[in-house]
Design a binder for this molecule. Structure first.
Ligand SMILES: [Fe+2]
Length: 199
């Protein structure tokens, strides 16, 4: 009977999974950058796309540091998240709501990756793979920063812009003159958006 597999085998398996996930995300992030209406959101997806290319390189260096062949193994988890994101992108949402949904989908992917790299860093450190641990920690930090950036964009105007679209439609029964009220809200959303662009 074959010997039971070890934590090292599980580690290599997870690395292959992560490598495949990054490759899937290269395609998905390019589509999300195109789909986003807010310039700063599109730029955020684009910049994480560049980072993701770097992560593919870093993972190749991790494999090399372990004397392992570079190989991916289909990542069903990220495939599911990307599939859900695709369905949302096919919906007929107004542009601000679509941006809010793109952020929601993007953050699902980032959190999945943060969980995966958190484990990989811990295992690498435990088994004394210093170089691999350092590279994986760099990737983990990039995923955390990308997630924080998306939160800042959502809270810095995109969610509000999406919700002001809803509010003005629900205002029909309001006694206040609708045009005057509607003017105020988009301007407020724009101002909030401008604020995030400057950062
Ligand atoms: Fe990544």
């Amino acid at each position: 009977m074959a010997e039971a597999k070890t934590l090292h085998d599980a580690f290599i398996d997870e690395l292959r999974d992560a490598y495949d996930a990054e490759k899937q995300l290269l395609k998905a992030l390019a589509k999300m950058a195109k789909k986003a209406s807010a310039d700063d959101l599109s730029a955020a997806f684009d910049s994480h796309l560049g980072e993701t290319r770097g992560q593919v390189d870093k993972l190749e260096r991790v494999f090399a540091s372990l004397g392992e062949k570079v190989r991916g193994k289909h990542c069903d988890g990220i495939a599911g998240i990307i599939e859900e994101g695709k369905s949302v992108m096919e919906e007929d949402f107004d542009s601000a709501t679509m941006d809010a949904c793109l952020i929601a989908g993007g953050q699902r992917a980032e959190h999945y990756e943060m969980a995966a790299y958190g484990t990989l860093v811990a295992w690498a450190r435990l088994m004394g793979h210093t170089e691999a641990g350092d590279l994986l920690e760099e990737i983990l930090d990039e995923e955390k920063a990308a997630d924080a950036k998306l939160t800042a964009l959502a809270e810095g105007g995109i969610n509000e812009a999406a919700s002001s679209g809803t509010t003005s439609e629900d205002d029909d029964e309001d006694d206040a003159p609708a045009p005057a009220r509607q003017k105020v809200r988009p301007a407020k959303a724009k101002a909030a958006k401008k604020k995030t662009t400057r950062k």
